[in-house]
Design a protein around this ligand. Structure first.
Ligand code: ADP
Ligand code: ASP
Ligand code: MG
Length: 465
């Protein structure tokens, strides 16, 4: 069997969703379990509705939900013509809307939005969209069954970044989903969301539907996990930022992990983890070009050895560097222990760390409360915050053994100040930080250097744009 996951970009409207239905129909022989994300921007809108409610604007929050419900109803009208089925779905949508309105009322009265409540809001995106896909498949005569992720995806209670309890997920899937597959039915479920042992909805972090697909794939021993998205596969860089990108035909789990961990949105970084041990390949495919071959992500020993090679360049454009200098020369371990204690308790997203004599510097990705973190770190030393930074990560195989790599990278970037250089820990990546205003130039120069017109062939397809 296979797992097929479709992202929000593949589900944005009725036309995109009917394309998804066609792709699923073409894979019925492979016994798919279908994992669906919320339609494009729905999760952002649900978050916005929750924030609007917390600000006390109940009407505004309801307006956002009404527009979201209308978008789903419009897709429903186009995709589902069977009167009974359409009526049933319309009632489910009315129920979801009523539940969301009750959530809005509660939040706007209390003017408090907890991570738990935010997860409750966000859970509706995937519930709406997966209902549509299941009904759309039935409309095409496919024996699809909508499965509530709450029936199998048991997680801890760490709202907003919940971790699945794999053993329970496995036994739940054996009970809930395997019998459907045995009857040749097509289970359609939600990515991103899970449930606590007490039955409360959780989410596993933004963009984590890819992770849901791989958890399900690993638990069911799938032959492979397909991630259907809006690009041809893993590319040499984000096509929204860099021209002339190429598709990478094959990448190892380790490389894909580094690429996504350092910013490539196309895969959630955790996606690879459940699949590594079982060696279940991931295919990244373009839902707008079904005939494309995509990228295959496999264990490194399944990729023919060759000279070290750069495969892709990723970036994060919203990075802050935080540097801490101890006041006295106390024990280094004591100092580091204190810093890491603050970091692990603060929930901020630390990506790379560098040290010098006693100082330590680290990068934080995304927005965070720098005043609060500074206050806590000041207990251990003097804190310097350097805002408006971006990180760049060069990913490839055998980079640690690549005698030319560092020289080529920094020669290419001559004239651009780089800092926070991290190289060697994984052997698959070299990362560094530049000022945000230098990001585009850095990416363009590095991409031209490693993948320009005379660049590599082999594992790469021809330029895409
Ligand atoms: P989905 O909605 O299918 O989950 P995402 O928007 O999360 O899709 O991820 C796909 C996007 O990831 C692409 O449109 C592309 O802009 C971005 N991306 C960033 N880096 C890469 C890369 N190296 N290869 C492919 N896509 C990338
Ligand atoms: N819908 C969720 C999000 O937008 C999960 C996902 O798309 O993977 O973050
Ligand atoms: Mg995504």
């Amino acid at each position: 069997m296979i797992v097929m996951k479709f992202g929000g970009t593949s589900n944005r409207d009725a036309a995109a969703m009917s394309n998804v239905l066609r792709i699923i129909s073409n894979h019925i022989q492979e016994r798919p379990v279908v994992v669906i994300s919320a339609i494009a921007s729905a999760t952002n809108e649900l978050e916005e509705s929750a924030r609007t409610a917390a600000a006390g604007d109940e009407r505004g929050a309801c307006g956002i939900i009404d527009r979201l419900c209308d978008r789903h109803s419009a897709i429903l009208k186009t995709l589902v013509h069977d009167e009974h089925r359409a009526g049933e779905l319309a009632s489910v949508f009315a129920l979801y809307r009523a539940e969301l309105v009750r959530l809005i009322q509660g939040v706007s009265i209390l003017r408090e939005l907890t991570a738990r409540t935010r997860d409750a809001f966000c859970s509706y995106g995937e519930r709406f969209s997966s209902r549509l896909v299941a009904a759309g498949l039935m409309e095409r005569g496919i024996d699809a069954v909508w499965v509530d992720a709450a029936d199998f995806m048991l997680t801890d209670g760490n709202f907003g970044r919940a971790i699945p309890v794999m053993e329970s997920v496995r036994s739940n899937l054996a009970r809930v989903v395997v019998p459907l597959l045995e009857r040749s039915q097509v289970p359609v479920t939600q990515g991103f969301i899970g449930v606590t042992a007490g039955g409360v909805y959780t989410t596993m972090g933004r963009e984590s539907s890819d992770y849901s697909a791989s958890i399900i794939g690993a638990a069911l021993d799938a032959d492979r996990v397909q991630i259907w998205t809006d690009v041809d596969g893993l590319l040499t860089a984000d096509p929204r930022k860099v021209n002339g990108v190429r598709k990478v035909r094959r990448m190892s789990f380790d490389e894909a992990f580094e690429l996504s961990y350092f910013g490539a949105k196309v895969l959630h970084p955790r996606t690879m983890l459940p699949l590594l041990e079982k060696n279940i390949p991931v295919e990244i495919r373009n839902s707008r070009r079904e005939d494309g071959t995509g990228t295959l992500v496999v264990r490194s020993d399944m990729i023919p050895g060759g000279p070290p090679s750069v495969k892709s360049i990723s970036f994060s454009s919203d990075v802050t560097v935080v540097c801490v200098a101890p006041r006295g020369r106390t024990s280094q371990y004591h100092f580091w222990e204190g810093i890491f204690g603050v970091l692990s308790g603060s929930g901020i997203d630390v990506r790379s760390v560098t040290t010098s004599e006693f100082r330590i510097a680290f990068t934080v990705t995304g927005q965070f409360d720098s005043d609060a973190v500074t206050l806590r770190l000041q207990e251990f030393g003097e804190v310097f915050i350097i805002p408006d930074q971006a990180s760049v990560c060069i990913v490839g195989s055998g980079l640690r053994e690549h005698a030319e790599l560092a020289g080529r990278v920094f020669r290419t970037l001559s004239g651009i100040t780089t800092s926070m250089i991290a190289f060697g820990a994984s052997g698959h990546s070299l990362t560094f930080v530049v000022h945000r205003s230098h990001l585009e130039r850095s990416l363009a120069s590095l991409h031209a250097e490693f993948f320009g017109a005379s660049g590599p062939t082999g594992e790469f397809d021809v330029p895409l744009n």
